[in-house]
Design a binder for this molecule. Structure first.
Ligand SMILES: N[C@@H]1O[C@H](COP(=O)(O)O)[C@@H](O)[C@H]1O
Length: 186
Protein backbone atom coordinates (compact mmCIF):
# COMPACT_ATOMS: atom_id res chain seq x y z
CA UNK A 1 0.00 0.00 0.00
CA UNK A 2 1.02 3.60 -0.65
CA UNK A 3 0.93 5.86 2.42
CA UNK A 4 1.17 9.58 3.11
CA UNK A 5 2.45 10.62 6.56
CA UNK A 6 1.16 13.86 8.08
CA UNK A 7 3.38 15.62 10.67
CA UNK A 8 3.45 18.94 12.54
CA UNK A 9 6.64 18.46 14.58
CA UNK A 10 9.98 16.66 14.89
CA UNK A 11 8.83 13.60 13.00
CA UNK A 12 10.51 10.79 14.96
CA UNK A 13 7.59 8.45 14.21
CA UNK A 14 7.81 9.37 10.52
CA UNK A 15 11.58 8.68 10.57
CA UNK A 16 11.16 5.24 12.15
CA UNK A 17 8.38 4.33 9.73
CA UNK A 18 10.15 5.58 6.58
CA UNK A 19 13.41 3.84 7.55
CA UNK A 20 11.57 0.59 8.27
CA UNK A 21 9.60 0.49 5.05
CA UNK A 22 12.50 1.65 2.87
CA UNK A 23 14.69 -1.11 4.35
CA UNK A 24 11.94 -3.77 4.13
CA UNK A 25 10.10 -3.68 0.78
CA UNK A 26 8.65 -7.07 1.74
CA UNK A 27 6.39 -5.19 4.19
CA UNK A 28 4.52 -3.99 1.12
CA UNK A 29 4.27 -0.41 2.37
CA UNK A 30 5.66 2.57 0.46
CA UNK A 31 5.81 6.08 1.94
CA UNK A 32 5.06 8.21 -1.13
CA UNK A 33 4.40 11.62 0.42
CA UNK A 34 4.94 13.61 3.62
CA UNK A 35 2.51 16.43 4.43
CA UNK A 36 3.04 19.12 7.06
CA UNK A 37 1.16 22.19 8.26
CA UNK A 38 4.46 23.66 9.50
CA UNK A 39 7.24 24.68 7.09
CA UNK A 40 9.68 24.37 10.04
CA UNK A 41 8.67 20.80 10.93
CA UNK A 42 11.65 18.46 11.40
CA UNK A 43 9.66 15.80 9.55
CA UNK A 44 10.20 17.72 6.29
CA UNK A 45 13.99 17.48 6.63
CA UNK A 46 13.68 13.76 7.38
CA UNK A 47 11.61 13.27 4.21
CA UNK A 48 14.02 15.30 2.06
CA UNK A 49 17.01 13.31 3.33
CA UNK A 50 15.23 10.07 2.35
CA UNK A 51 14.02 11.20 -1.08
CA UNK A 52 10.35 11.43 -0.09
CA UNK A 53 8.33 14.23 -1.74
CA UNK A 54 6.62 16.61 0.68
CA UNK A 55 3.84 19.19 0.76
CA UNK A 56 3.32 22.06 3.20
CA UNK A 57 -0.33 23.02 3.64
CA UNK A 58 -1.47 26.42 4.90
CA UNK A 59 -4.87 27.32 6.39
CA UNK A 60 -6.32 28.33 3.00
CA UNK A 61 -5.28 25.07 1.35
CA UNK A 62 -6.67 23.25 4.35
CA UNK A 63 -10.03 25.04 4.18
CA UNK A 64 -10.74 24.02 0.56
CA UNK A 65 -8.58 20.90 0.32
CA UNK A 66 -8.33 21.19 -3.48
CA UNK A 67 -4.51 21.08 -3.69
CA UNK A 68 -4.24 18.52 -0.91
CA UNK A 69 -6.80 16.13 -2.42
CA UNK A 70 -5.20 16.58 -5.83
CA UNK A 71 -1.75 15.75 -4.42
CA UNK A 72 -3.05 12.67 -2.55
CA UNK A 73 -4.69 11.50 -5.77
CA UNK A 74 -1.60 12.24 -7.88
CA UNK A 75 0.55 10.12 -5.52
CA UNK A 76 -2.20 7.45 -5.49
CA UNK A 77 -2.27 7.42 -1.69
CA UNK A 78 -4.15 4.45 -0.16
CA UNK A 79 -3.74 5.30 3.52
CA UNK A 80 -3.15 8.54 5.45
CA UNK A 81 -1.01 8.11 8.59
CA UNK A 82 -1.07 10.94 11.14
CA UNK A 83 2.12 11.12 13.23
CA UNK A 84 2.08 14.13 15.51
CA UNK A 85 -0.25 16.11 13.21
CA UNK A 86 -2.13 18.69 15.26
CA UNK A 87 -4.84 20.09 13.02
CA UNK A 88 -8.35 18.59 13.18
CA UNK A 89 -9.05 16.48 10.07
CA UNK A 90 -11.82 18.14 8.01
CA UNK A 91 -14.96 16.39 6.75
CA UNK A 92 -13.87 16.49 3.07
CA UNK A 93 -10.76 14.41 3.91
CA UNK A 94 -12.62 11.93 6.15
CA UNK A 95 -15.19 11.49 3.38
CA UNK A 96 -12.54 11.11 0.65
CA UNK A 97 -10.62 8.49 2.73
CA UNK A 98 -13.25 6.58 4.76
CA UNK A 99 -11.51 4.25 7.27
CA UNK A 100 -8.26 5.06 5.52
CA UNK A 101 -6.92 7.69 7.94
CA UNK A 102 -5.20 6.54 11.16
CA UNK A 103 -3.65 8.40 14.08
CA UNK A 104 -1.44 7.56 17.05
CA UNK A 105 -2.25 9.14 20.41
CA UNK A 106 0.27 8.99 23.29
CA UNK A 107 -2.19 7.72 25.90
CA UNK A 108 -4.72 4.92 26.51
CA UNK A 109 -7.87 6.42 24.97
CA UNK A 110 -10.62 7.19 25.81
CA UNK A 111 -8.75 8.77 28.72
CA UNK A 112 -6.56 11.86 28.01
CA UNK A 113 -7.97 12.50 24.55
CA UNK A 114 -9.73 15.39 22.87
CA UNK A 115 -9.00 18.99 21.89
CA UNK A 116 -5.88 20.40 23.56
CA UNK A 117 -4.80 16.95 24.76
CA UNK A 118 -1.55 16.45 22.87
CA UNK A 119 2.17 16.11 23.57
CA UNK A 120 3.32 17.14 27.07
CA UNK A 121 -0.22 18.06 28.17
CA UNK A 122 -1.13 14.37 28.03
CA UNK A 123 1.85 13.21 30.09
CA UNK A 124 1.38 15.99 32.66
CA UNK A 125 -2.24 14.85 33.10
CA UNK A 126 -1.15 11.20 33.50
CA UNK A 127 1.41 12.31 36.09
CA UNK A 128 -1.12 14.47 37.96
CA UNK A 129 -3.52 11.53 38.14
CA UNK A 130 -0.71 9.36 39.58
CA UNK A 131 -1.51 6.63 37.06
CA UNK A 132 0.64 3.50 37.30
CA UNK A 133 0.58 2.94 33.56
CA UNK A 134 0.24 4.83 30.33
CA UNK A 135 0.46 3.78 26.71
CA UNK A 136 -0.43 4.36 23.08
CA UNK A 137 -3.59 4.16 20.99
CA UNK A 138 -3.77 3.79 17.22
CA UNK A 139 -7.25 4.64 15.96
CA UNK A 140 -9.17 5.45 12.80
CA UNK A 141 -9.77 9.17 12.36
CA UNK A 142 -13.19 10.77 12.15
CA UNK A 143 -14.17 14.43 12.42
CA UNK A 144 -13.57 14.60 16.16
CA UNK A 145 -10.19 14.55 17.92
CA UNK A 146 -9.23 11.08 19.19
CA UNK A 147 -12.73 9.56 18.83
CA UNK A 148 -12.41 7.13 15.91
CA UNK A 149 -12.56 3.34 16.36
CA UNK A 150 -9.54 1.96 18.18
CA UNK A 151 -7.30 -0.37 16.13
CA UNK A 152 -4.50 -1.05 18.63
CA UNK A 153 -3.38 -0.21 22.19
CA UNK A 154 -0.27 -1.04 24.20
CA UNK A 155 0.54 -0.09 27.77
CA UNK A 156 3.75 0.65 29.70
CA UNK A 157 4.22 0.58 33.47
CA UNK A 158 5.23 3.85 35.03
CA UNK A 159 7.53 4.44 37.95
CA UNK A 160 5.96 6.67 40.65
CA UNK A 161 9.02 8.93 40.36
CA UNK A 162 8.71 9.35 36.61
CA UNK A 163 8.49 12.98 35.49
CA UNK A 164 6.13 13.89 32.60
CA UNK A 165 9.22 13.97 30.36
CA UNK A 166 10.21 10.44 31.41
CA UNK A 167 6.63 9.26 30.83
CA UNK A 168 6.82 10.83 27.34
CA UNK A 169 10.08 8.96 26.63
CA UNK A 170 8.60 5.61 27.69
CA UNK A 171 5.53 6.23 25.54
CA UNK A 172 7.50 7.41 22.50
CA UNK A 173 9.59 4.20 22.62
CA UNK A 174 6.31 2.26 22.55
CA UNK A 175 5.15 4.30 19.56
CA UNK A 176 8.37 3.68 17.61
CA UNK A 177 8.19 -0.05 18.30
CA UNK A 178 4.54 -0.48 17.30
CA UNK A 179 3.13 2.14 14.92
CA UNK A 180 4.82 0.78 11.75
CA UNK A 181 3.66 -2.76 12.62
CA UNK A 182 0.05 -1.60 12.94
CA UNK A 183 0.28 0.30 9.63
CA UNK A 184 1.83 -2.73 7.92
CA UNK A 185 -1.07 -4.90 9.17
CA UNK A 186 -3.86 -2.63 7.90
N1 LIG B 1 0.55 12.54 18.42
C1 LIG B 1 1.79 12.51 19.15
O1 LIG B 1 2.69 13.49 18.76
C2 LIG B 1 4.02 13.04 19.01
C3 LIG B 1 4.78 13.18 17.71
O2 LIG B 1 6.09 12.91 17.87
P1 LIG B 1 7.06 12.89 16.57
O3 LIG B 1 6.67 11.71 15.72
O4 LIG B 1 6.86 14.20 15.83
O5 LIG B 1 8.42 12.76 17.16
C4 LIG B 1 3.90 11.60 19.44
O6 LIG B 1 4.01 11.46 20.82
C5 LIG B 1 2.50 11.23 19.01
O7 LIG B 1 1.86 10.29 19.83
Amino acid sequence: KRIAIFVSGGGSNARVMIDRFQAHPEDGVEVVLLVSNKASAGGLTIAAERGIPSLVVNRNDWATGEDLLAALEAYRVDLIVLAGFLWLIPAYLVQAYPNRIVNIHPALLPRYGGKGMYGKHVHEAVKAAEDTESGITVHYVNENYDEGNIIFQAAVRLDPDDSPEQIAERVLRLEHGNYWRVVRGL
